[in-house]
Design a binder for this molecule. Structure first.
Ligand code: CU
Length: 506
């Protein structure tokens, strides 16, 4: 779709940190406006019309301390017409432009969690049935972590996020500060997204699936979306000039569907120190890193032996058949800056202690099947436990109890499963015979359970549930009761009923 764009001609944009509007009784208050604007995404592209927080894509970064709660007023100042094709057959779009912000990975009360039906329009003139408050409250009581915020409005999350409504949110704490990790100019957020563009520079998002097998409405939701162009921090295939020293990168996959397997073409290893919910117990040395949508990786890359060299951050997962697809490249590092001062930062071996949830009592076990089905128009519609969004709530864990959830993926591809409110621990993954399952509906294991990968042994809020495997996570439900959601984080799936409410009971 996109014409050939030259790589590594634009500098990686720095992401600014948002300042509070005011601080009252030690509590910071922020305002963020969602607006339409244009932004130059590549040297040779016309400015692109986008939706963003405070007229930026990605939005400004929150940088807060553990124990310091904040309030945020998210305001919808978007035009009345949507930027992208709206499918009337999955949800009625009245009003068209609805927004609600979810702080992904945060432990937040349900009235500030961004429930999909808590959406609101410009000046809160119209609101969804679950709308409770204009100002969201974030307690920031959890450990230091790389969180992110993004739109979550019912039935149009894929479009609102694709239009640009994403941003990063960092919580810091003392434990992490003691580690002497690279900081300041040497700590860089990298928000990776894929997009496609029309000739005029506007965003391309398909209004129908390729080769629809029957008469579908136009627009009609697509079963997945893979852009042919990779952006980091809102620039197409950018480059970044670095000093020959260690850098910390907070990497977020904010793409709709695309997963990445990242590596450096210099052949060098890198180090993962944190995951979704904060620091890992130990540093993990990696040659390749898989990131499904919504996952975060806190990385250290050491450029000290690469003075004068250019290094490309590559991706070897999921390129699409389009000949313009160049998604095997992500960005470039140029080790061309002179070392300003001696690098005293560390890559500690031991990072943190994460108490295991396995030692406590387990109050419940749930088998949750990820199942392919079809909607009334014959389109693929993967579901959770064969239930649609509208079906009555079936998952009702009790506040403060621990449960084991088994995601049984009977489909031929990975789904990244996200649970709101909590950070969980991955127990294991176990393969089963998918053909046998499809014939009989029975699970027959074909191998032993595998423990999580070393870089998954921290707190997670999103887990890759691979095809033909049972992925088990252990969850302690709290610290708040209320109604939340869990869903696949492939946004095209989430919008088409691969999302379910759950209730944490008192
Ligand atoms: Cu999915």
């Amino acid at each position: 779709m996109t014409r050939k764009l030259e790589k590594f001609v634009d500098q990686l944009p720095a992401i600014n940190t948002i300042k509070p509007l005011e601080v009252k009784n030690k509590r910071a208050f922020y305002e963020i406006k969602m607006e339409e604007f244009t932004q130059k995404l590549h040297r040779d592209l016309e400015p692109t019309r986008l939706w963003g927080y405070n007229r930026q894509f990605p939005g400004p970064m929150f940088d807060v301390n553990k124990g310091e709660p904040i309030d945020v007023k998210w305001m919808n100042n978007l035009p009345g017409k949507h930027l992208l094709p709206l499918d009337e057959s999955i949800i009625h779009h009245d009003p068209e432009v609805r927004t609600v912000t979810h702080l992904h990975g945060s432990e937040t009360r349900s009235d500030s969690d961004g429930y999909p039906e808590a959406w609101f329009t410009k000046d809160f003139k119209q609101v969804g049935p679950f709308f409770k408050r204009e100002i969201y409250h974030y307690p920031n009581r959890q450990r230091a972590a790389t969180l992110w915020y993004h739109d979550h409005a019912m039935g149009i999350t894929r479009l609102n996020v694709y239009a640009g409504l994403v941003g990063m949110y960092i919580i810091r704490d003392q434990e992490e500060r003691r580690l002497k990790l690279p900081t300041g100019d040497y700590e860089i957020p990298l928000i990776i997204t894929d997009r496609s563009f029309n000739e005029d520079g506007s965003l391309f998002y398909p209004s129908q699936p390729n080769n629809p097998s029957r008469n579908l409405p136009n627009p009609s939701i697509v079963p997945f979306f893979l852009g042919d162009t990779i952006l980091v921090n809102g620039k197409v295939w950018p480059y970044m000039e670095v000093e020959p020293k260690k850098y910390r990168f907070r990497v977020l996959n904010a793409s709709n569907t695309r997963g990445y397997q990242l590596y450096l073409d210099s052949g060098q290893s890198f180090y993962q120190i944190g995951t979704d919910g904060g620091l890992l117990p130990r540093t993990v040395k990696l040659d390749k890193l898989v990131m499904e949508p919504a996952e975060r990786a806190d990385l250290i890359i050491d450029f000290s032996k690469y003075e004068g060299k250019s290094i490309i951050l590559k991706n070897d997962l999921g390129s699409n058949p389009d000949p313009n697809d160049e998604t095997f490249d992500v960005m470039q590092f140029r080790v061309t800056k002179t070392l300003t001062k001696e690098d005293t930062s560390k890559i500690p071996k031991r990072l943190s202690t994460i108490p295991s949830l396995k030692t406590g009592m387990v109050a419940g076990y749930r088998n949750l099947k990820l199942i392919e089905s079809n909607d009334p128009l014959g389109r693929p519609m993967p579901l959770l436990n064969n239930k649609k969004w509208e079906d009555p709530v079936t998952e009702k864990p009790r506040l403060g109890t621990t449960e084991i959830w088994s995601f049984i993926n009977t489909m031929p591809f990975t789904h990244p499963i996200h649970i709101h409110l909590i950070q969980f621990q991955i127990l294991d993954r176990r393969p089963f015979d998918l053909d046998f399952y499809n014939k009989t509906g029975q699970i027959r294991y074909t191998g032993p359970a595998r423990p999580p990968e070393p870089n998954e042994r921290g707190l997670k809020d999103t887990v890759a549930a691979p095809a033909g495997e049972v992925t088990r996570v252990i969850v302690r439900f709290g610290p708040y009761s209320g109604q939340y959601v869990w869903h696949c984080h492939i946004l095209e799936h989430e919008d088409h009923d691969m999302m379910r409410p759950f209730i944490v009971r008192e």
